[in-house]
Write a protein of this length. Structure first.
Length: 584
């Protein structure tokens, strides 16, 4: 509830207006049966037509005002719910941008997606029905019981008893429904995860003839969800039946007990009609409220899940306010003072769920105009080093410095403004080639974009596209080949003209000819910047100014290609495995 209160508070004025309009709707709607009873009593007493018409006119005015209040209240309520849903989704999205890779693994991508879409939708539905069907209930009961007591004390007491019975049954059912809805949300997460896994890996599933096995997994997930939903729906059905029984029972008892009073003139026929209308309206609102209340456990569980994301403390957070952190010494000033663009000072790193360090005692530096290469076997920690540079992971010991400043002493936004990053698996956003390249620099001209494409060896195939820079890019860039995606990702990094480039195995999908042409063009284009290249192929990094060889998270060699061939056995093994040479 605190979550809802926090996000409703900015729209409190709209909520108050909604409640006022709904109050007008309820009050006027309850006044209609009172006027109807007066008309019936006037007719039975032989009153004049003018009196009946005048009362009917007031009845019409009440009905019109009630309808106008209902329409305006529904519109305001829809506006309120839409605003709250928008704010919730924006908050989850903004928080997800701050989560590290490990944080995402803690929740799961499918769960984050479900919380952002399905859970917020459930919260919106519950909020709308709460405002429209639960909050007016106390007003309806108070006004209706007051009017009922003014007509007949005995009839009002019977109405009060019927309301008490329905509320008692509702509370009993709600206690049984709460754990079921909590389980439904868990099963929805599991179902989404299995379905997403099958959709993204459909080719692998087909290639290994695992369709039957995966269909069985899906069937189990669907069946569990269906059986739990059936139990919850049975509770709905039972509550509906008991509520209708209580309503009809009240009407029967009222008729039976009021007959004698009509004979002696204690009650008019119109009074009985009014009591029945009050009862029907009160019990109708209570029944609607029951339906909403049964959904509240599910909505509250959704609130808990959303709040869990919003309250989660990210593994990595800014330790300084924007603009207050230390400024890295980059460019000519750094060269004059001989400050490395990038430096690792005795860096160690351990994953949160690991028992030992993944990286231990890393020390190296890369200055402006230099190319630092990192190579090693699979699982040696190369990509983890790249993630530490961008602070996607936090060092456990030591420090990573950009322009002489610890990366923790600046905001993540300021850090990444100085780095052009191309990840191992090239990823492009849905849109156009132009919109993707502008991620590097939103103010870049078309000339700048084409120049970046030329350097990245991507201008050729982009010019062949009918739309050129405005060619469509599917989500993830799946409408381009792996090599094309890599070249477009490299061009995106070049557009920003940063002080440091980090290429995390970004040339693996390129043929040797394109790889050589790209490295030659890069050497001229980024001559004044520092480059860190994480690579698998020796041919990609053999001309680097310094090569760092990593094995099991430790540096086992550092130097040029020629120096490492003489001094590092691990490097010689890597070269031999790729060139089929047998080292002596």
């Amino acid at each position: 509830m605190q979550l809802i209160a926090r996000f409703v508070r900015p729209h409190l004025r709209l909520l108050v207006v909604t409640l006022l309009l709904l109050t007008v709707d309820v009050a006027c709607a309850l006044y209609v049966p009172t006027l109807a009873a007066q008309i019936m009593n006037l007719g039975a007493a032989g009153a004049s037509v003018d009196e009946v018409v005048a009362t009917g006119a007031w009845m019409l005015v009440s009905a019109v005002v009630s309808g106008a209040g209902a329409v305006a209240g529904a519109w305001c309520c829809a506006r309120l719910v839409a605003n709250v849903g928008h704010d919730l989704r924006c908050a989850i999205y903004e928080k997800s941008l701050k989560l590290s890779v490990y944080d995402f693994r803690h929740f799961g991508t499918a769960s984050i997606t479900t919380r952002t879409i399905a859970d917020v939708t459930n919260i919106q539905s519950a909020l709308m029905m709460t405002v429209q069907m639960i909050l007016p209930v106390p007003i309806v009961c108070f006004v209706a019981l007051g009017l009922a007591f003014s007509v007949s004390v005995r009839g009002a007491l019977m109405l009060l008893a019927a309301v008490a019975v329905v509320l008692a049954v509702a509370l009993l059912v709600i206690r049984q429904a709460s754990p079921l809805f909590r389980r439904l949300q868990y099963l929805l997460d599991r179902m989404s995860a299995v379905l997403l896994e099958n959709l993204t890996g459909v080719r692998v599933v087909r290639a290994f003839n695992r369709e039957d096995h995966e269909r069985g997994r899906l069937d189990v997930s669907f069946e569990d969800y269906a059986q739990t939903a059936i139990k919850a729906n049975r509770l709905f059905a039972n509550l509906d039946g008991l509520s209708y029984f209580a309503t009809n029972g009240f009407v029967v008892v009222l008729y039976w007990m009021s007959g004698a009073q009509i004979v002696v003139g204690g009650l008019g026929i119109g009074d009985i009609l009014a009591l029945i209308e009050y009862a029907v309206m009160v019990l109708m609102y209570i029944m609607m409220a029951q339906m909403v209340v049964l959904m509240l456990p599910r909505a509250l569980e959704c609130c808990r899940r959303v709040d869990e994301v919003l309250q989660y403390a990210p593994e990595i957070c800014d330790l300084v306010a924007p603009g207050e952190g230390a400024k890295p010494l980059l460019g000519p000033a750094a060269t004059a003072e001989d400050v490395p663009v990038l430096a690792f000072d005795d860096v160690s790193f351990r994953f949160a769920d690991a028992e030992e360090d993944a990286l231990t005692g890393l020390t190296f530096a890369c200055r402006a105009g230099e190319t630092l290469a990192i190579i090693g076997g699979t699982g040696s920690g190369k990509s983890t080093i790249a993630s530490l540079i961008l602070r996607f992971n936090e060092v456990s010991a030591g420090s990573v410095r950009l322009g002489g400043v610890d990366v923790r002493d600046m905001t993540q936004h300021e850090l990444r403004e100085h780095i052009g990053f191309v990840q191992q698996k090239a990823w492009l956003a849905s849109g156009t080639i132009r919109s993707n390249l502008l991620w590097g620099d939103s103010g870049a001209s078309d000339e700048d974009l084409w120049h970046a494409l030329e350097v990245a060896q991507a201008a050729g195939f982009v010019r062949e596209l009918p739309e050129g820079l405005d060619a469509r890019v599917a989500a993830g860039g799946t409408n381009f080949s792996g090599g094309q995606r890599q070249r477009l990702a490299i061009a995106r990094a070049l557009v920003g003209n940063p002080a440091l480039y980090v290429f995390d195995d970004s040339f693996s999908a390129l043929d040797f000819k394109t790889d050589a042409a790209l490295r030659h063009a890069l050497a001229q284009e980024v001559a004044d910047a520092a480059q860190v290249i994480v690579a698998q192929r020796v041919s990609t990094i053999r001309h680097a100014d310094s090569i760092v060889v990593v094995d099991e998270g430790r540096i086992v060699g550092q130097g040029t290609h020629e120096e490492l061939m003489d001094s590092c056995a691990v490097y010689r093994e890597i070269v031999a495995s790729q060139t089929k040479e047998v080292s002596e």
